[in-house]
Ligand binder design. Structure first.
Ligand SMILES: Cc1ncc(COP(=O)(O)O)c(C=O)c1O
Length: 432
């Protein structure tokens, strides 16, 4: 629904010529419209002055889709629930990193993004097919809230091949609940299980055939994106983020994003964002703009650290197993998916300790450098216990079946020195 602000200077040629990290500090912004300021000022204004009443009318007609915009015509800034200069610059800059997407929409949180896209795409009687596990909040939305609205929600095991998902689509349609959205979180939180995006796309295409009502494929790319995985290049319609994580990177902002084709993002998703009021605030937008300048360096450094930590944990006698993409062996079907759709292993590690909840809590309580906290993707390392924290709200039977046991610990590896992180893990494991 939002249009272009006059503060932006988007140049597709630049995008083709330079890499995202080289463009990110200038893309979509003309300093000469803001007193030459190198960085975009924070536009805290809730409302924006129209040059004329006619322009105000035209902008509303475009923003509310009451009339067709002329070629190259963009609505003026109107009101920050609809559009805001900082947020529009941020949305443009996110598309630099998220290959294969045209437009972005930012939200007040990752859950704001997922809830808004669900409400925008699903109607009463439709069904949603989703990989499990997903982040606990997403699970609650899918298992409890959407069904109250008459939407049928059907989970499948993360990592399942397309040939197992296609019958779910067919059965849903047969039972009178046409599937409208397939939602995949890959790697899954907290198990780090990969689901093959290309196979999901192919399963949807086989199911839909020539039908115009082809279900959308949305991928939550929070764990590996936007540096190490680009779902739109593998057939996802929409790429979803908790921007609170790697995009923000400093544990000081809660935000979300959805990226995809212009028509879907601008018309469907932003219309719902405007009416639900789930847009991000300008100050949070500014924090994210600042974070994007260091995104590649942070994610690269954190990944190098994580590989060291994962290898060390894997050899520890008190550790049963470690789930980290950088440890996947050739011949493992998970490695095949990883090789096909990921260019790096990221910095999320899940491992299983010997013992049970008592041992897991002793370990967590003994950590000195790692913060005992949920969330992920920041420059400080974090450790948590999914079974009693992020995923405590899951149905206990499915939680166990999905491998979220009392022995499981989830680590988000930060930018500290990896030898110090290992020293901390070592002394904490000694106290178990
Ligand atoms: C994979 C994933 N998606 C979505 C969310 C929700 O994001 P937020 O907390 O920004 O609402 C989270 C939060 O932890 C997450 O881990």
């Amino acid at each position: 629904m939002a249009g272009r602000s006059k503060y932006r200077k988007t140049d597709e040629d630049l995008k083709r010529k330079y890499r995202p990290e080289s463009l990110v500090s200038s893309y979509g912004y003309d300093p000469h419209l803001s007193e030459g300021s190198v960085i975009p000022p924070i536009f805290l204004s809730s409302t924006f002055v129209f040059p004329t009443a006619e322009e105000g009318e035209r902008s509303f007609r475009m923003a509310y889709h009451l009339g067709k915009a002329k070629e190259g015509e963009h609505p003026s800034l109107i009101y920050s629930r609809l559009n805001n200069p900082d947020l529009e610059i941020l949305e443009d800059r996110l598309t630099l990193f998220e290959k294969g997407t045209e437009k972005g929409a930012v939200f007040s949180s990752g859950m704001g993004a997922i809830a808004t896209l669900s409400l925008a795409l699903l109607r009463q009687g439709d069904s949603l097919i989703y990989s499990a596990p997903v982040y606990g909040g997403t699970d609650h939305l899918f298992s409890h809230i959407l069904p109250q609205l008459g939407i049928r929600t059907i989970p499948f095991d993360a990592g399942a091949p397309g040939k197992e998902v296609e019958p779910l689509l067919r059965e849903a349609a047969k039972s009178g609940h046409p599937p409208r959205l397939v939602f995949v979180e890959t790697p899954a939180n907290p198990t780090c299980t990969h689901t093959d995006v290309r196979e999901m796309r192919e399963a949807i295409d086989r199911f839909a055939g020539r039908s115009k009502r082809r279900p959308y494929l949305a991928v939550d790319n929070t764990f590996l994106g936007p540096m190490w995985q680009h779902p739109a290049e593998h057939g996802a319609d929409l790429v979803v983020y908790s921007a609170t994580k790697f995009l923000g990177g400093h544990s000081d902002v809660v935000a979300g994003a959805v990226l995809g084709p212009a028509a879907l993002v601008e018309n469907e998703i932003k219309t719902y964002r405007t009416m639900l009021g789930t847009n991000l605030g300008p100050f949070e937008g500014y924090l994210l703009l600042r974070s994007l300048n260091t995104l590649k360096m942070r994610m690269k450094g954190q990944m190098v650290n994580a590989q060291h930590v994962a290898e060390w944990l894997d050899a520890h006698p008190k550790v049963v197993s470690v789930h980290y993409p950088g440890l996947l062996q050739l011949g493992d079907p998970q490695r095949t998916i990883f090789d096909r759709q990921c260019s790096g292993a990221g910095s999320m590690i899940t491992f299983y300790l010997k013992g049970g909840k008592r041992e897991a809590f002793r370990f967590l309580n003994a950590l000195e450098i790692f913060h005992l906290a949920v969330s992920l993707g920041s420059t400080e390392s974090l450790a948590e216990h999914p079974a009693t924290m992020t995923h405590s709200d899951l149905d206990p039977d499915s939680r166990l079946r999905l491998g979220i046991t009392d022995q499981m610990i989830r680590l988000s590896i930060g930018a500290e020195h990896y030898e110090d992180l290992i020293a901390d893990l070592s002394q904490a494991l000694d106290r178990v």
